[in-house]
Design a protein around this ligand. Structure first.
Ligand code: HEM
Length: 724
């Protein structure tokens, strides 16, 4: 690997590690590709470099025209203040050469005006940064600490986080980043994906693991253990950005980490929108952290006049006048990102900051309105690409965005270039592009009409619906686009995909995720021609999933919608109560048999055919299937006749149904008490058991018919012909 370029010439310093150009001590904003061109010229300043060489080095991933290079060279000269072309020379017929006398600086001591990050330096956050520095010190001393950075979009949460990350790296800590992108909002463990990858831990749930318990919880526990283990080699800083979009399981991992022993060299810094601060999962996690440390929550508000003056100075390359700072303070309201945009707007339009003004609407509603006013200047062709990118909500390649926007890749590339130049997008590693700030994406997305949004989602779903790894995407991302795009068409496929995702989430015991998918499935189903049976089956499946997730009241509502009238209310309550303890079922069944044999020892003699483990599994699965179909009389009659007939053959007598009832309900109550839930199995499940036992007791097998055993199936209501 080549050493990073850190070069000084005249009053300019170019620092490849920080990806920064500074002039006279102030950071000059430079587009990533422009910087790449400059770095290439500097690296090879002993000779002329050809245009083709630069294309290969900088745009190897995409095809761009000669205009892009000319534009980049123009930008390079502008950034360096090279008006007279004394630094970058055009060599006609050959290419370009960097000719100014320049010194390579030792990497460790290169002076730059500003610390890491392409956003410029961080001003006005000394107090917050000091607090984060203290948390890092504590972590280094062997404590596990957490900080929650709350603030409105654009106030500089990510900037502060990046600055802290750079500080932690400098101090020798291992820094792991996680960020929840809009396109991955709510996906299981989304906040921890990148962190897990950094630690070499897999979070993927393997459907082949079957229903052997809370697989995902086990993976999450593995992650928590891996974080702790990593800290035995030195301090670990975990930075979770935009955590307000994280799903419940991501928050549970954080809680698990905070609940564990306080001895670990770990600092976790979480950023979230101020408006998300009162969400229950945030309050729980932050509450834990606050108990250990009164500094745990940092509120980021606007910055002071001094910080605004520094921002202006950095962008202008000279100290701003008092009037300019006053103007900036009034217009930006102390909002650092807004202030940066205002200064950039002044520079772009050649207006003195003192006489800069913005439309009254922009002034009142600030940053979003400013972005909106920028967007109105964007050419409609370029806007199409931005719209597609806004719907994708993740870093994207030119090919992907072209497919979603229905344009050719080279048209997309031209538009992307234009948006890069306008400062709306930035390009990152691997040829991916992203919005410069989430606010820009939000504004682009928010102004789309519902029908355009649905159309783009549908196209995104199709573009991403391919097998991994060649261009496919994680299932949750594909599902979301299908669901949001279903109003535009493909509703059948959307239902297949979302049901498939619900099934695999349920198999991995991720019932919160499965419930979310099933609620979406019902929304999509409503777009199809009415089919009452299919809808009831979906409600039933949602009920089971919600109950298994412990949301009994919501589950009862779903079971009610699934039940054909007139179904006794007791049966519906029983279904919700039963499935709410389904994750504990294996232990409950074990305890049930123990109680039964303890109270009625002679019954044990009847159990001779199967291994106890197999018997327990068959009983549990059959019971679940019976409760699932408790409102389906025809199904029950068909299946219970066989079961009852076999029980008579086993030597089961009628009074034994009461013994089983008592042992089973007591075992359920014990499990509820252990989990801190009300022990009410006799009230909630008694009537349901009685209804089933009544049928079994009175069932007569058809003469001479050998009755099949029950084979409970995965309970997806809508079985797609081809799943993902
Ligand atoms: C709702 C009530 C019940 C359900 C759902 C149920 C379910 C099952 C299932 C699924 C099997 C596996 C074999 C097969 O499918 O035929 C089984 C076997 C058996 N059950 Fe039940 N059962 C119930 C009530 C009872 C009662 C009241 C007794 C009395 C003690 C009992 C005693 C047995 C015995 C002795 C076997 C055979 C085990 C062996 O030979 O290893 N069951 N039951």
């Amino acid at each position: 690997m080549q050493a990073p370029v850190v070069v000084r010439f005249g009053n300019v310093v170019v620092d490849e590690r920080r990806r920064e150009v500074s002039r006279g001590g102030a950071v000059v904003p430079v587009q990533p590709k422009v910087l790449d061109v400059l770095l290439y010229l500097l690296r090879h300043r002993d000779r002329v470099v050809t245009r083709d060489e630069i294309f290969d080095a900088v745009w190897s991933d995409v095809v761009v025209g000669p205009a892009s290079l000319s534009r980049a060279i123009r930008e390079v000269r502008k950034a360096l203040g090279d008006d007279g072309r004394n630094m970058v020379k055009t060599v006609p017929g050959h290419g370009f050469r960097f000719v100014a006398p320049a010194d390579d600086l030792p990497v460790a001591v290169s002076p730059t005006a500003a610390p890491a990050g392409g956003r410029g330096a961080l001003y006005g956050r000394a107090r917050e940064l000091a607090s984060l520095a203290r948390s890092l010190e504590e972590a280094t001393r062997g404590r596990l600490v957490a900080r929650f950075v709350c603030g409105e979009p654009g106030v500089g949460r990510t900037h502060l986080l990046e600055e802290f990350g750079a500080m932690a790296t400098r101090s020798g800590a291992r820094v792991l980043h996680g960020r929840v992108r809009h396109g991955d909002a709510g996906a299981p463990l989304s906040a921890w994906r990148d962190v897990a990858e950094g630690l070499g831990v897999s979070l993927d749930t393997d459907p082949a693991d079957g229903s052997s318990g809370a697989i995902r919880c086990a993976r999450a526990r593995g992650l928590v253990a891996a974080v702790r283990a990593a800290s035995s080699g030195g301090a670990v800083a975990i930075l979770l950005d935009d955590a307000d979009r994280a799903d419940a399981s991501s928050w549970r991992v954080l809680e698990d980490l905070l609940d564990g022993p306080p001895l670990a060299r770990v600092v976790v810094v979480v950023t979230l929108r101020a408006s998300a601060r009162n969400a229950p999962e945030v309050l729980r996690a932050a509450g834990r952290a606050l108990r250990a440390d009164p500094e745990a929550v940092l509120e980021l508000s606007t910055v002071d006049t001094d910080a605004l003056a520094q921002i202006a100075r950095e962008r202008l390359g000279r100290p701003p006048s008092v009037a300019a700072v006053r103007k900036l303070t009034r217009l930006s309201g102390g909002h650092p990102l807004y202030a940066r945009h205002l200064v950039a707007a002044a520079i772009r339009s050649g207006t003195a900051l003192e006489s800069l003004d913005v439309a009254p609407a922009v002034r009142t509603s600030s940053l979003r309105a400013l972005v909106l006013s920028h967007l109105t200047e964007v050419h409609p062709d370029d806007r199409r690409i931005l719209d597609a990118a806004g719907v994708l909500g993740i870093p994207f390649s030119a090919h992907l965005v072209a497919e979603v926007a229905s344009v050719t890749p080279s048209e997309a590339m031209d538009s992307l270039q234009a948006s890069l130049e306008r400062g709306l997008l930035e390009s990152g590693p691997g040829g991916f592009f992203d919005f410069v700030h989430e606010i820009v994406r939000e504004v682009v997305f928010d102004v789309l009409t519902p029908s355009v949004r649905a159309r783009l989602h549908r196209r995104a779903a199709r573009a991403l619906d391919r097998p991994l790894p060649d261009g496919g995407a994680p299932v949750d991302r594909v599902v979301r686009h299908y669901v949001e795009g279903a109003a535009d068409g493909d509703a059948e496929r959307a239902l297949d995909v979302v049901c498939g995702a619900a099934r695999s989430a349920a198999r991995a015991a991720a019932f919160d995720v499965a419930s979310g998918h099933l609620a979406d499935a019902l929304r999509v189903e409503a777009l199809l021609p009415p089919d009452a049976a299919r809808r009831r089956a979906l409600h039933l499946e949602l009920g089971m999933s919600l109950a298994k997730d412990g949301r009994i009241e919501e589950a009862t509502v779903s079971f009610m919608k699934a039940a054909p009238p007139p179904t006794p209310a007791a049966v519906i309550t029983g279904q919700a109560a039963f499935f709410s303890m389904a994750p504990d079922l294996p232990q409950v069944v074990k305890r049930f048999y123990a109680l039964l044999f303890e109270r009625h020892p002679h019954v044990k003699r009847l159990f001779v055919r199967s291994d106890p483990k197999v018997q327990r599994r068959m009983f549990g699965e059959t019971l679940s299937a019976l409760v699932e179909h408790a409102t389906d009389d025809a199904w029950l009659d068909g299946h219970l006749a066989g079961l009852a007939g076999r029980h008579r053959e086993y030597g089961v007598t009628l009074e034994m149904y009461d013994w089983v009832r008592a042992a089973l309900l007591d075992a359920l109550d014990e499990a509820a008490a252990r989990a801190g839930r009300p022990s009410s199995a006799h009230e909630t499940l008694g009537p349901l058991y009685d209804a089933l036992a009544r049928k079994m007791r009175s069932a007569e097998p058809a003469p001479g018919v050998s009755l099949p055993r029950l084979t409970p199936e995965a309970p997806c209501a809508h079985r797609p012909a081809s799943g993902r």
